[in-house]
Design a protein around this ligand. Structure first.
Ligand SMILES: [Ca+2]
Length: 400
């Protein structure tokens, strides 16, 4: 046998054999680590439209087609895990207008940095926190839901995810908790790691295939979770202080963003830059399944003004050539979830002309495994359109 007809017959025989064996025709593969479409990670719910980390915002993110409910873990004084980005409450709640809590205002040292005066979550019981109402902290975003919703607990978010999965079998929906300031919270006597692990155990979700990603900027928190018996997927977040627009690189010159606090405390001189080298990625692979880098580690931003001075705003910078971080991470066996994607023009380089869709498509084309986004609605629309465009090529190759 020779020629195109013979090849077509061989292909057909192969297809029949696959059908007889019960195998599905090959699904279109993507450049992600596992070949599935990128994940839309609803960063703090849907904070582009709702206050951060409230059940109503997570429900809106689910309705908008998010794949994951991202949250930051903070412990109440009686050890209940709440979803809140900061260790203090003044920016995201109405605590400052509550006379019964006026005397709780104080200053603290958080991971070596003086913080406050403010109201600290760790000084409030769960019942007290539940009396507060959440508000939108970003001036340019809608305040229409301010004062309406209470803070959410980790258990409530798990229950929401379980309800959604039960109602929509086959739907992809993860929870994505972050251990926040873990050494600070341990020093207060309310360690996050033990509480998170106990909650996941109670939920029946401490398994390798549970719909859970656990994330932290601090490798010691993730390594401790592994030692305590965490079996879910784990993500090492990778920070930096600011963009160096002159060189298209990242600066490391503030103590709280240059390196994990455990490194600072141990006198380890390395910065987060050490994590994106091949050796750093191999080290991360020993305890984690993926990395969560700031997006400028993948598509750098750079630019100089008419006087030859570096620009000072992201919106005035241009994209530089992409780095090899995604392929290097994939080569090490790590997926890559980049943060944070936002619609507002101030968060986009000039190369995207104010259109967040162009930024998503740039990262999807590069093989990103997931995007942390404040706007799951936009990310979902862009991803669905991107998938519809990439699908015909895969289908055309398959015989009818
Ligand atoms: Ca977070």
């Amino acid at each position: 046998m020779s020629g195109p007809h013979a090849l077509a017959r061989l292909a057909l025989l192969g297809l029949l054999a696959a059908a007889a064996a019960g195998a599905a025709p090959p699904a279109p593969r993507h450049r992600t680590l596992d070949g599935t479409p990128p994940l839309i990670i609803g960063h703090r719910g849907l904070p582009g439209l709702y206050p951060e980390e409230v059940i109503a915002g997570y429900e809106a993110a689910i309705a908008a087609g998010t794949d994951a409910l991202e949250l930051d873990l903070q412990s109440s004084s009686d050890g209940v895990l709440f979803a809140c980005h900061n260790v203090f409450l003044s920016d995201t709640t109405d605590v400052a207008s509550r006379p019964e809590f006026a005397s709780r205002r104080t200053s603290r040292s958080v991971d070596g940095a003086p913080t406050g005066p403010d109201w600290y979550i760790s000084d409030f019981t769960a019942a007290e926190l539940k009396t507060l109402r959440v508000r939108q902290p970003i001036a340019s975003r809608s305040k229409q839901y301010d004062g309406r919703f209470p803070m959410a607990t980790l258990e409530e978010i798990i229950a929401l995810a379980k309800r959604t999965i039960a109602q929509h079998p086959g739907r992809r929906l993860y929870i994505y908790p972050e251990t926040k300031n873990p050494l600070y919270q341990r020093a207060l006597g309310r360690p996050l790691e033990e509480a998170l692990l106990a909650t996941l155990e109670r939920a029946g979700w401490n398994t390798p295939d549970a719909p859970v990603f656990v994330q932290s900027f601090d490798p010691e928190s993730l390594k401790l979770l592994r030692r305590l018996g965490l079996r879910t997927r784990v993500v090492q977040l990778i920070d930096g202080t600011a963009a160096d627009f002159a060189h298209g690189t990242i600066r490391y010159d503030e103590p709280d963003t240059a390196r994990p606090f455990s490194w600072l405390q141990a006198g380890d001189p390395r910065t987060f830059a050490a994590m994106v080298t091949p050796a750093g990625l191999a080290e991360i692979r020993r305890y984690a399944d993926g990395i969560g880098p700031w997006k400028l580690y993948i598509v750098p931003a750079r630019g100089v003004d008419a006087n030859g001075q570096p620009v000072t705003r992201l919106a005035d910078a241009e994209n530089g050539p992409p780095t090899t971080l995604i392929e290097d991470a994939h080569h090490a066996g790590l997926f890559v979830h980049a943060y944070t994607f936002r619609n507002e023009a101030e968060h986009l380089t000039r190369s995207y002309h104010g259109d967040p869709a162009l930024e998503y498509r740039t990262f999807f084309d590069l093989g990103i495994d997931g995007v942390f986004t404040d706007y799951s609605n936009t990310a979902r629309q862009v991803l669905d359109a991107w998938l519809a465009r990439s699908r015909p090529h895969a289908r055309a190759a398959a015989p009818r």
